[in-house]
Ligand binder design. Structure first.
Ligand code: NDP
Length: 332
């Protein structure tokens, strides 16, 4: 019999999440059976902490439920011939160390995954955040060579891939992030311009200096005040991909304008929200493209790895505070 550890949501978040909002529970797992849903026993090896968990908890998680989230897990016992012991998969089973499955809800890593590549990348650059960058840029921004792309939260899991894919696509890239170390990283991985939005005197001036002609595409991860400044620097027929609004996720009271309609009218902008699962039918295409670029060294990655399952709440809160460079991961 296996006892799994799991983090449950003790209290719904009120403002910024606190470690006291979570509880660590032990759960006894059923033994495997030849039939039914208990064919595989898995152990989580890497778990992801993501901004959507803050956003979605209020809608999708009740107090006492296990926190939502994905993991790279290893098969430790198998009664399903399609999954050999030792196989690594991506699961969507929340913050838990072990779980059972019939295999239907598991995704294999791409078969061409090189041994030398960390499997945790299946939660980041070659996983959901990478796909978000890929489809957001290609399908929502519809970037074209020679255009200028702006991305915020640029040193994070999604943003760092956005900038690099835009460079591969022949664009000029401007990125903003919340520390000088992050800005140095952005320059190292090929951003044309980067600045620390927390220390510039005027965001408006910093954006204008980085691209005096304005922006064709704006990949917005942040929303709020940043977006309302940036929208005034869009070029005619510019496209804004509304990917996230992390500056608003912890607000108990919704922020007020300035509002977007006037610049949208004058510059005839297109602004579109999206969720990456819209392209689930093209997941394989996206993962193969991202994996190829990573293997070729055209897309660089960085991970902020927190050791220990007991530190999941701290890693989650740290990511929301901006302590991560690249993808925030927990190693069990
Ligand atoms: P990141 O790895 O970028 O981590 C979050 C980062 O957000 C922090 O490191 C911090 O960086 C920044 N941040 C936090 N608070 C603020 C704030 N008040 N103002 C500006 N920046 C802030 O996370 P992800 O790459 O996983 O996600 C980025 C965005 O994309 C999020 O908004 C997320 O919800 C969204 N997303 C949307 C998806 C979709 O399908 N639409 C899928 C995946 C993600 P810094 O130090 O620069 O402030």
């Amino acid at each position: 019999m296996v006892i799994a550890k799991a983090w449950v949501l003790k209290n719904h978040f009120d403002g910024f999440p606190k470690t006291s909002d979570f509880d660590l529970k032990k759960i006894e797992l059923p033994n495997l059976k030849d039939g039914g849903e208990q064919k595989l026993l898995l152990e989580s090896v890497f778990l992801s902490v993501d901004p959507y968990m803050r956003l979605c908890c209020g809608r999708m998680v009740k107090e006492g439920d296990i926190m939502i989230g994905t993991q790279v897990a290893r098969i430790v016992e198998s009664k399903n011939p399609a999954f050999a012991v030792g196989t690594f998969v991506v699961g969507d089973r929340g913050w838990r160390t072990h779980f059972v499955s019939d295999g239907k809800d598991l995704q294999l890593l791409p078969s061409s995954w090189p041994e030398s590549l960390p499997r945790s990348l299946a939660l980041g650059t070659v996983g959901m955040p990478g796909l978000t960058a890929y489809f957001g840029l290609l399908e929502v921004c519809k970037m074209k060579p020679g255009e200028t792309v702006l991305v915020n939260a640029a040193a994070g899991a999604v943003g760092s891939v956005v900038g690099q894919l835009a460079k591969i696509g022949g664009c000029k890239v401007v990125g903003c992030a919340g520390s000088d170390d992050k800005v140095a990283y952005l320059k190292k991985i090929g951003f044309d311009e980067a600045f620390n939005y927390k220390t510039v005197k005027s965001l408006d001036e910093a954006l204008r200096k980085a691209s005096p002609d304005g922006y064709d595409c704006f990949f917005d991860n942040v929303g709020g005040e940043f977006a309302s400044v940036a929208i005034n620097q869009m070029k005619k027929y510019g496209r804004i991909a509304v990917c996230g609004a992390i500056s608003q996720y912890n607000d108990s009271v919704p922020q007020k304008g300035p509002y977007m309609q006037i610049p949208m009218i004058f510059e005839e902008l297109r602004m579109e929200g999206f969720i990456v699962t819209r392209w689930n039918n093209r997941r394989e295409e996206g993962l193969q493209a991202l994996l190829k670029w990573v293997v070729e060294g055209k897309v660089k990655y960085h991970e902020q790895v927190t050791e220990g399952f007991e530190n999941m709440p701290a890693a989650f809160i740290g990511m929301l505070k901006g302590e991560n460079l690249g993808k925030a991961i927990v190693k069990v």
